[in-house]
Design a protein around this ligand. Sequence first.
Ligand SMILES: Cc1cc2nc3c(=O)[nH]c(=O)nc-3n(C[C@H](O)[C@H](O)[C@H](O)COP(=O)(O)OP(=O)(O)OC[C@H]3O[C@@H](n4cnc5c(N)ncnc54)[C@H](O)[C@@H]3O)c2cc1C
Length: 434
Amino acid sequence: MKAGRSVRLFEAAPRLGGVIRTEQVDGWLIEAGPNSLQENSVELSSLIEELGLRPEKRLALPGARNRYILRHGKPCAAPLSPPALLTSPLFSFGGKLRILGDLLCRPRTRIQDLSLADFARDHFGQEFVNYALNPFVSGVYAGNIEKLSARHSFPSLWESERTHGSIIRAQIAAAKAKRARGERTGAPPIVSFRTGLEALPQALGSRLPRGSVELEARVEGLTPGPTWRVIWSRDGTTQTEEFTSVVLALPSAALAEISVGTLGERPLAAVEAIDYPPVSSLFLGYRRAQIAHPLDGFGLLVPSVEQRAVLGILFSSSLFEGRAPEGHVAITVMAGGVNRPDLGRLAISELLPKVREELAGMLGVTGDPVFMRHNAWPRAIPQYNLGYERHLEVMERCERDYPGLLIGGQARDGIALTACIAAGRKLATRVGAP
Ligand SMILES: Cc1cc2nc3c(=O)[nH]c(=O)nc-3n(C[C@H](O)[C@H](O)[C@H](O)COP(=O)(O)OP(=O)(O)OC[C@H]3O[C@@H](n4cnc5c(N)ncnc54)[C@H](O)[C@@H]3O)c2cc1C
């Protein structure tokens, strides 16, 4: 639109934002899907500025810097710096030495992809895989590190190994380079907005010209030609419109269903096979006195070796201000994922007793929550598993075969919100390009 092109946006749901959904009830602010985003690029900062959202932006509270990881059933503070690693009880002495073994790794270009777990084992050893990588990846992908592809799920680590060998040395070099450019170093700020993350898609939608957004409009098919014909339907009525280019920013099941051409071909049908495990997000509100743990951090990650019924717990009211009424706290419990899809599919009546038992042991929670919201995501997050290049090739081939059709978003460019936003920008620059 800024490039002077007119745009039409078709959205199957009655609202914009997809999985970004915020609810506000009686002083509680509930994120149904994502809870925060990393402000990790100049482009994202300028988008926030352009949308007039700067006054609304909220940085994670300073205490949220702490991370906890469950070890032997109890929360253990994660080391946040190399000196803290040396004194942390999270890793044994042998485990710490093995982590430092990464410093000896020489640069290498691997011909074959390998699992994220194998990649990290090579660099940091098994204890790191169990108590750092596994819980971290559960928190991001709800995935299985033995299945996730090192090359596709964390391309920056893959590149670090190629350029520096050691991942630690690559991080140090990147920080030095940033300092030399006068840029901020360290982890990028974690942000949301006063009224929650949904402020972002709402602001984006409000900037589109009147009449350009079509809600409850399911795109069913596309017909290429001198112009693209988009076939979309609402309430059983089908309509068509002509465009010079079409951008598909859809989850893979929706990509797979789209017909392209007059004979009902589905060139993206194969991406249906991308694994999307179910995840349940349970927002629980308590009176402060009901939780013994100080909740002084971002949350508690749970390694699979601990064999628990939850993937992780976000300390929502410690993460951002205004998430719980005075005298109360809010936590968000995630369950399910690739390793325990059965838990991600449970009805709340079955899930809650399991969660309550875990919360009592892990955080010293007593009594019933005073507020609760359950949001179930039957197909939550695409898994960039080993062999993912076959899905990327299907998308690339489709773009090649059908000039003017562009595909991007979570199944192609990364799952984090910031990756989806960057993909959107990239797609916008490709619209109309030869
Ligand atoms: C529970 C959960 C927690 C997460 N937490 C975080 C987090 O804290 N931080 C982070 O960075 N990321 C997080 N993520 C990941 C991130 O939120 C997603 O990867 C990202 O929001 C995906 O955006 P998207 O627009 O690609 O897909 P979606 O949000 O799924 O949007 C796709 C849209 O396409 C529409 N649609 C589908 N089919 C059609 C059709 N045929 N025609 C028209 N419209 C159609 C849908 O209605 C939907 O609105 C989380 C994800 C989940 C599920």
